[in-house]
Design a protein around this ligand. Structure first.
Ligand code: KIV
Length: 272
């Protein structure tokens, strides 16, 4: 059952601000290809994130670090061709924006020009604020990402919950305010205590979209392949699986193989 408070024929950054004001939760999922993007757009998702999790989900890398700008643009342009309603956010890959705001601007422009995406997302707070400010000067909408930021996995060492200690929680809150002041239109909070996430969402006016951050935030995001149950080795507490496609697909493949081997497929009606 939908609890949308207003019908949006096209979701924009302004629609998300309006949703927060109206108390309507924002729904966001990842997508990396045309076919699934079309299905989730038609299903009414508000925001589609072309996440750098494509590095794990699509390419089988252990981390998000290896994916390149060109590969992100390829995934994003496939998604954009499918989408009629959702706001498309494209992740800036590792190495395309850190430590050099001019490079960050040029990477962001390349993403917008070549993929047709509507906005970009990057990970970090104070340490990348110059890059964020410079990207914003080009009129490119920026979504922030704090908490567990997978591009920094080798700094963190593990994928466990972030900001459980007061010092890190204070830095996260300060970073969230900094991102809002700089002009970000929204913020992803990944794997942080629910109480802290709620405090952040209540302390800033831009929408806060959580993953493993509880239900006191303004919206939720999941990796599509995880929520569809296509991946089955990844079992964090925050993940709700809406389907078990791993078993469904492998069952279908087993049936197909059996039908081919036994010449059950194709039958007389399935040939010319
Ligand atoms: O890349 C990604 O999928 C993400 C989400 C986990 C928020 O950044």
């Amino acid at each position: 059952m939908s609890t949308a408070k207003k019908n949006y024929t096209r979701v924009t950054t302004h629609s998300l601000a309006e949703m927060k004001c109206n108390g309507e939760k924002i729904s966001m999922l990842t997508a990396y290809d045309y076919t699934l993007a079309k299905i989730i757009d038609t299903g009414g998702i508000d925001v589609i994130l072309v996440g750098d999790s494509a590095s794990n989900v699509m390419a089988g890398h252990e981390t998000t670090l290896p994916i390149t700008l060109e590969q992100m643009i390829y995934h994003a342009s496939s998604v954009v061709r499918a989408v009629e309603r959702a706001l498309v956010v494209v992740d800036m890959p590792f190495g395309s924006y850190q430590g050099n705001s001019k490079k960050a601007l040029s990477s962001a422009i390349q993403i917008m020009k070549e993929s047709g995406g509507h906005s970009i997302k990057l990970e970090g707070g104070e340490e990348i604020i110059e890059s964020i400010k410079r990207i914003l000067t080009a009129g490119i909408p920026v979504m922030g990402h704090l908490g567990l930021t997978p591009q920094s996995i080798y700094k963190f060492g593990t994928y466990t919950v972030r900001a459980k200690q007061e010092k890190e929680a204070q830095k996260l809150l300060a970073d969230a305010k900094l991102l809002e002041e700089a002009g970000c239109f929204a913020l992803v909070l990944e794997k942080v205590p629910a109480k802290l996430a709620q405090k952040v969402a209540e302390s800033i006016n831009i929408p806060v979209i959580g993953i493993g951050a509880g239900n006191g935030v303004d919206g939720q995001v999941l990796v599509l392949h995880d929520m569809l149950g296509m991946t089955h080795e990844f079992n964090p507490r925050f993940l709700r699986r809406y389907l078990n496609l791993y078993d469904e697909i492998s069952g279908a493949v087993r049936n197909y193989v059996a039908d081919v081997k036994s010449i059950e497929f194709p039958n007389n009606n399935e040939q010319y």
